[in-house]
Design a protein around this ligand. Sequence first.
Ligand code: 13P
Length: 247
Amino acid sequence: MKKKLIAGNWKMNGSFAANEALVNGLLTNLGTPACEMALCVPSIYLAQMQALLVGSEIDLGAQDVSQHEGGAFTGEISGAMLKEFGVRYVLVGHSERRQYHFETDALVAAKAQRALACGVTPIVCVGETLTEREAGMTEEVVKRQLAAVIHANGHCISEIVVAYEPVWAIGTGKTASAEQAQQVHAVLRAQLKAASAQADRIHILYGGSMNAANAAQLLAQADIDGGLVGGASLKAPDFLSIIASAL
Ligand code: 13P
């Protein structure tokens, strides 16, 4: 059975001093966790984090990647650059990028494709808004978002990680119940299975107000293979407690 994956998404948080304190707090008290771990940090701190995490069991992740290979794209960061900094994972299609940066399904799929081409594992985020859930459109939305990535990536699809993050649960303290989350994860798993014979190896993470109190129940669900943790990943004791519940 594959190990679970617990990934922190720091979003736009951090400073040299805070990053060092947080990583020290994690590494000092990590013990021997049963799961795989990653921290997706602001790109400007990748060099610092690469040095802080070297030799540890925590993998380095970024929060975005350009869909382009290189060239005249001011402000963008390429997959090859991420790879050079030892980045193993990159978030693509986080709802905050879909919402505030108008990222479309096609763009997210192209970013996933570029990450894979550079040997960086894309963590493809999908999830419905509250309005979409209330309109009974949850399945339709997440399937459409994932279908774009499947279509663009063909047989490489077994190399991705998927994160189901209901938008209404992000940063709101409202978590999807374990049953609600499992229901959507099962839909995503079936969609991945239809696309790849190796779909069982794909991690499907849950994200959205995951914390020390609710992690164990969510992670006990059959198709929840880990977590994508925002706020609670910024506090070492909380993140360690989530890691400890990922058995
Ligand atoms: P919170 O855990 O803060 O709700 O954020 C979830 C998230 O967006 C992780 O990518």
